[in-house]
Design a protein around this ligand. Structure first.
Ligand code: GZL
Length: 325
């Protein structure tokens, strides 16, 4: 009978809907209604790309709407993005300042608009203490200290009486460049064996790291005992330049790097790098927690430093797991 056929058909359709609905066990996070504007520096390194990915994933997980703009290494683009966030009346603004200077005017505009600002990764230099609410990022000074302390231990182990160092620095006037350099220099200052032959700006870029290393090898050749590089990208650009000579990185030249991305850890495991100081790009969860606290009118910590480790040839590097960036 037609009636029985219709009942059976509707039963099948209803069952299919019920099964489809049960398939997704993952609960979608409740939308917090928070709109976060984030100005990212660019895509200059695996670290930066990992940082962007982590922030996007965290926003999804917290139910936060994210307007993320990539500034392609331009402070001018970051300032323009912050102005767009203000015009859009976002709830919270966050950004990773490419350099420390030149932010007061645009941050005053955010303050006058009543929009709180969170610093992510890097810091700013300002005479005011009311332009930003919180800094979420690494203790770069300590990263420099850890790099230098490793070198002192290595020099002791090898019985070196004199250590010639070349330093490939990150973006000039950026927080990681200033602080890593200071932490390293302060730590070796009392050790008379240590001598920095030259510092050269590699701008955190792989291509510049290669150029810098070519120049340093032409200038100092096998007088170089150590390369201290402010990030993995520049280190990975420098290694092949060393390997074009009869010098072996990790043996003839001690290689010290910072970030801890997969490619550098693989080079550490292969003996081409001696030490990698970790600088985690995974700041997204702290950023979302802080943004929600600010939206809810709660107090937030002024500085949030993630815990960071050191990886080196002093340990069983085969135990280092996947890095995710
Ligand atoms: C560090 C970050 C630096 C990384 C580089 O927190 O600011 O910028 O060390 C990146 O790889 O370019």
């Amino acid at each position: 009978m037609l009636k029985n056929k219709v009942i059976r058909y509707l039963t099948v359709i209803l069952t299919l809907f019920v099964i489809a609905g049960c398939g997704s066990t993952e609960e979608e996070p409740a939308d917090t209604g928070l709109l976060l504007g984030f100005s990212q520096i660019g895509s200059e390194s695996a670290w930066r790309i990992g940082n962007t990915r982590d922030i996007e994933n965290s926003a999804d997980n917290y139910g936060i709407s994210l307007m993320l703009e990539n500034a392609n290494q331009s402070q001018e683009n970051q300032i323009a993005a912050i102005r767009r966030f203000i015009a859009y009346k976002v709830d919270v603004i966050a950004f990773s300042p490419i350099v420390e200077d030149g932010w007061d005017n645009v941050l005053m505009e955010a303050k006058e608009a009543g929009i709180p600002v969170i610093l992510v990764d890097r810091d700013i230099e300002t005479t005011r203490d009311d332009l930003t609410t919180c800094l979420i990022g690494a203790d770069f000074y300590n990263e420099g200290v850890m790099a230098a302390e490793y070198l002192i231990r290595k020099a002791d182990e090898l019985g070196l009486e004199h250590v010639n160092i070349v330093e490939i620095t990150g973006t000039e006037n950026s927080t990681p460049m200033r602080q890593r350099q200071a932490g390293f220099a302060d730590t070796i200052a009392e050790d008379e064996r240590m001598c920095i032959l030259e510092r050269i700006d590699g701008d955190f870029l792989k291509s510049r790291g290669a150029e810098c290393m070519r120049y340093l090898l032409e200038t100092y050749g096998d007088d170089i005992d150590v390369v201290f590089s402010h990030n993995d990208e520049m280190t990975l650009g420098a290694l092949p330049e060393i390997e074009k000579t009869d010098l072996v990185p990790g043996q003839d030249i001690i290689i010290i790097s910072i970030d801890g991305g997969q490619e550098a850890i693989d080079a550490l495991k292969a003996g081409r790098i001696n030490c990698v100081v970790e600088c985690t790009p995974n700041l997204g969860n702290e950023l979302m927690e802080t943004a929600l606290s600010l939206k809810n009118g709660e107090e937030v910590e002024a500085v949030i430093h993630p815990v960071e480790r050191i990886f080196s040839d002093e340990q069983d590097v085969s135990a280092i797991g996947p890095r995710g960036y």
